[in-house]
Structure formats: structure tokens, C-alpha cells
Design a protein around this ligand. Structure first.
Ligand code: NDP
Length: 487
């Protein structure tokens, strides 16, 4: 299912080369060998994609929602039928272990198409009782939406943005991250096979400037970005020119709090899931692991024993737990953070190095890394690392840990491990985070809204909230008698 080489743009249902003839390379993170050349969209291509989307959207908005939903659900079935092939493409492009991608990427994208396919026909407004006059609201599509994706969960991000948009009668022009352009193309072909009319889902490849062309384009009504905080600020400034609706899923530095009454094995499992799954390349990771001082030693013993068993290796090997980071540049960045941790006085308990023995030599592998004896002002505790690096920080008091957990400009997620239900809800109520897990971590079922607060962004994806994010509300007042006018 690998797209052809060079990977085309998908505009109006047609595979096209970029007008400029420019291409860029996408590499396999496990080897840094060329995987595919990719057509690089220029302004004329973005204009063509928006034009195709606008032309298709009018008829799509007039299509019965039940039919829109049927097409999305059909696409979900096709994804599930080709789960393993698609997962392989995702693993080649991202470096994420094949043990993860079928469920975490392909099933997640299929769930999304199924969910929004299911509720497409349930999108409705409300009747407002005014006594005599009749008033109601209706939800209408926004028009053409722009989706800009990050590289860590490419097909999932493409589905999270496109499925609700399409369910509501919008068209989508999607720009995948330059580092992972492949599975958005797969999604295009799956949607086409499911019967989605041409022009409703377009893929334009490129760099940040392509994303900027979408954000500035007057024909686009809304932009949904998944990316870094710095990118979010630029997108917001660019969107201001045309007063676009924007939704932003940005970075994080989330706290994961383990109280002394927690089921320790579960808490250790949660901390590993929230730091080492997908090589740590997850926005919501709980990279600040606060552990009650009374159970710290026990927690660390269990954590090290289990981390030691993790296997780094070829992401296509089903036994591999930790694959390569997305790029050499990103690996150097993560290693730079690790270096800053030791320089600033934290103690490396495990890992901390590039793994390059034997077959790993050409890839971007970093060992799962655990820091202790760190303070809250250190770089590794303040900044998003986006790699397999966790810092374990002791605490004594509930009020103290809540204050420290919130002492960050980010607000994406948080985790609390405790067997005291009252405390769990009390603490969750005080945490500045868009999503909180109790005795779990990093689970994002499609039914549950997911999104940030503070500088991690705004807006929600998934659940009914996504329907609100891809529709505009119209209020209608109908006079049932004569107009009462003073004139
Ligand atoms: P970036 O912000 O670098 O890029 C995200 C996307 O934005 C890419 O497609 C990028 O293109 C594009 N882009 C870059 N500059 C602009 C611009 N000026 N205008 C419009 N688009 C632009 O993020 P990464 O791809 O490096 O992804 C990692 C980041 O994403 C982390 O911070 C992570 O926390 C965050 N993230 C957040 C999630 C959430 O739900 N909150 C989920 C997943 C990741 P190009 O590829 O060319 O750079």
C-alpha cells in the first residue's frame, strides 16, 4: 500500500505532480534510507486544492447526512480489512513499532471514521420555545477546512480532523507533516474507494510554508493544527488576517502523580506507557512523574526492572518495544535534552544514550531514559522533550504536588494514581489539564473529547465536541403573526 514514487498530491480526486516540479525526500527512521520522494505543493497547488474542495463541498453539504455517514463507515471497514498493510506503511514512515501501529494508528483511525459516520445523521439543532414565535437553531458546515498534521500519529491525526469535518458536510484540504506524508495518501485512497466524491479530501504535501498557505487562504474557513506551541502561535497570527476559526492541539509537559496508596505495578505500567510508548513521541506524555516519597524507592525498583526488559530494535520486528525517533535531527535534540539533564545536576538512573550497536547503527535510536534527583526548574522538567525520557520527582503533600503539577505553561493532560476515590476526584478538579486519567494513562477513546488548556492550545477533537468544532450555529426566528412595528 506504499504510495507511488514520487508521492503525488491528491487534488480533486486526481494524483498530480506539483506545479513547480519540486520534490522532497521522506526517510525511513530505522535506517535513514530514502523511502519515497514526495511532490512539494506550491501556492498554485494549494489554490487548486481549495478550488476543488469548494466545488465539491456544495453538493456534499446537500447530501443526506445518513449517506455521508454510510461512506465514512465503509471507509472504516476498508481500513480494518487492510489493517496490517497500512500499519506496515505507518511503521516504515514513523519508526513506530509494528507491535503498536495496527491498534494505535489504524484501528484508532477506523474507530474515528466509524464514530463520526455513526453520528453524522444525528447532528441537529434545537427548538427554542418563545411562546408565539417559532425559533430554532441548526448546525451548518463551515465550508472548506484545512488540516495540518504533526508527524507522530499521521493517519490518526488525518482521521481525527477529516472524519468529523466530512461528517458535518465540509470538505478538507489536509497537509501531513513533511516527515510522515504517506498514510494521508492511503486514507485518501480508502475514502475514494468507499465512495467519497472527488474533491472532498485533498492532500497537499510540503513544509511549514504549505501549512501557512492553507492558514492564509481566504477560501478556507477553519484550520485545525496539531503541532508545536511555536507553530500554533504563527498559525494563530496568520489566521487572524481572515479571522478563521482555529483549533490547536499543541505540545505538553504533563504531570503523572503517584500517591502512596496507589497500586504500584499499575502506576509503573502507566508511567511507562506515558513515557516510552511510541518512543515517547506523544504530546500528552506524563513526563513529570511525581511519586510520593514513601513509595519512591519501591516505585523506582519496579520501574527499572521493567524498563530493562524493553527491547529496542527494528520497528518491523513484532518483538520490538522501542523503535527509532523520527529523524536524526530530532534524535540529536532529544540527546541534547538528556545532556542538559546531567549538566544541570539530575542523576541518570537508566539509559541516556544513543543506541547504535549492530543493526541499529544507521537509525535514530535512543535508550529509554529515567532521571532522578532533578529539580522543577531544570530544563528536562520544564521543556517538552518528545522522546523516551522521564523524570521521577518525589513529593510529600497533596497541595504541594498539585501546585508543582500546575507550574507549567502547558495544560494538555494529567494522570493520578491512587486508590482513594475522593482524593482522585479532588485532585483532578484542581489540575490545569484538558484530559485527566485516573489509574490509567494516554487512553484516548474516540467518544471522549480530547484537547488542551493553557499554552497547549484550545478546541477539542473527538466526541460530540468535534461536531461543534466543524459546524457553525445558525439561529432562525420565525414570526407566526403580524410584525409588530412602531413605524
Ligand atoms: P510542528 O509544529 O513542527 O509541525 C506541525 C505541522 O505544522 C507540520 O505539518 C508542519 O509542517 C506545519 N507547520 C510548520 N510551520 C507552520 C506554519 N508557520 N504555518 C502552518 N503550518 C506550519 O510539529 P511536529 O510535526 O514537530 O510535531 C511535534 C509537536 O506536535 C510536539 O510539540 C507535540 O507535542 C505536538 N503534538 C500535539 C498533539 C496534541 O494533540 N496536542 C498530538 C501530537 C503532537 P512541517 O512538517 O513542514 O514542519
Amino acid at each position: 500500500m506504499l504510495p507511488p514514487d514520487p508521492v503525488p498530491l491528491y487534488i480533486g480526486g486526481v494524483r498530480r505532480n506539483a506545479e513547480s516540479g519540486a520534490t522532497f525526500d521522506t526517510l525511513n527512521p530505522a535506517t535513514n534510507a530514502l523511502l519515497r520522494r514526495v511532490q512539494r505543493a506550491c501556492e498554485a497547488d494549494v489554490d487548486a486544492a481549495v478550488d476543488a474542495a469548494q466545488r465539491a463541498q456544495t453538493a456534499w453539504a446537500a447530501t443526506a447526512p445518513v449517506e455521508r455517514g454510510r461512506i465514512l463507515r465503509r471507509a472504516a471497514r476498508i481500513l480494518r480489512d487492510r489493517r496490517d498493510e497500512i500499519a506496515r506503511v505507518e511503521t516504515l514512515d514513523t519508526g513506530r513499532p509494528i507491535a503498536e501501529t495496527p491498534e494505535a494508528d489504524v484501528d484508532s483511525a477506523a474507530d474515528c471514521l466509524e464514530f463520526f459516520g455513526g453520528i453524522a445523521a444525528g447532528v441537529r439543532g434545537e427548538h427554542i420555545d418563545l411562546g408565539g414565535p417559532f425559533a430554532y437553531t441548526k448546525r451548518e458546515p463551515l465550508g472548506v477546512c484545512g488540516g495540518i498534521g504533526a508527524w507522530n500519529y499521521p493517519i490518526q491525526i488525518a482521521a481525527w480532523k477529516s472524519a468529523p469535518a466530512l461528517a458535518c458536510g465540509n470538505a478538507m484540504v489536509f497537509k501531513p507533516a513533511e516527515l510522515t506524508p504517506l498514510t494521508a495518501c492511503v486514507l485518501h485512497d480508502v475514502l475514494a474507494e468507499a465512495g467519497l466524491p472527488e474533491g472532498l479530501f485533498n492532500v497537499v504535501h510540503g513544509f511549514g510554508d504549505t501549512g501557512q498557505m492553507l492558514t492564509r487562504h481566504p477560501g478556507i474557513a477553519k484550520v485545525s493544527l496539531t503541532g508545536e506551541v511555536g507553530t500554533g502561535k504563527k498559525v494563530m497570527a496568520d489566521a487572524a488576517e481572515t479571522l478563521k476559526v482555529v483549533t490547536m492541539e499543541l505540545g505538553g509537559k504533563s504531570p503523572l502523580i503517584v500517591f502512596d496508596d496507589a497500586h504500584l505495578d499499575n502506576a509503573v505500567g502507566g508511567a511507562m506507557l506515558g513515557n516510552f510508548f511510541s518512543q515517547g513521541e506523544i504530546c500528552s506524555n506524563g513526563t513529570r512523574v511525581f511519586v510520593h516519597a514513601d513509595v519512591l524507592e519501591d516505585f523506582l525498583d519496579r520501574l527499572c526492572a521493567r524498563t530493562e526488559r524493553m527491547r529496542l530494535g527494528d520497528p518491523l520486528d513484532p518483538e520490538t518495544d522501542v523503535g527509532p525517533l523520527i529523524s536524526r535531527e530530532h534524535m540529536e535534540r532529544v540527546l541534547g535534552f538528556i545532556d542538559s539533564g546531567t549538566r544541570e545536576g539530575a542523576r541518570l538512573l537508566m539509559g541516556g544514550e544513543r543506541a547504535q550497536a549492530g543493526a541499529l547503527a544507521d537509525g535514530n535510536y535512543v535508550q529509554p531514559t529515567i532521571f532522578v534527583d532533578a529539580s522543577d526548574d531544570m530544563t528536562i522538567v520544564r521543556e517538552e522533550i518528545f522522546g523516551p525520557v522521564m523524570t521521577v520527582l518525589p513529593f510529600r503533600d497533596e497541595a504541594e504536588v498539585v501546585e508543582r503539577a500546575n507550574a507549567t505553561p502547558y495544560g494538555l493532560a494529567a494522570g493520578v494514581f491512587t486508590n482513594d476515590l475522593t482524593r482522585a476526584h479532588r485532585v483532578v478538579g484542581k489540575l490545569d489539564a484538558g484530559t485527566c486519567w485516573v489509574n490509567a494513562y494516554n487512553l484516548t477513546p474516540i467518544e471522549m473529547p480530547f484537547g488542551p488548556v493553557k499554552q497547549s492550545g484550545f478546541g477539542r477533537e473527538n466526541g460530540w465536541a468535534a461536531i461543534e468544532a466543524y459546524t457553525r450555529l445558525k439561529s432562525v426566528y420565525v414570526e407566526m403573526g403580524d410584525v409588530e412595528s412602531p413605524y
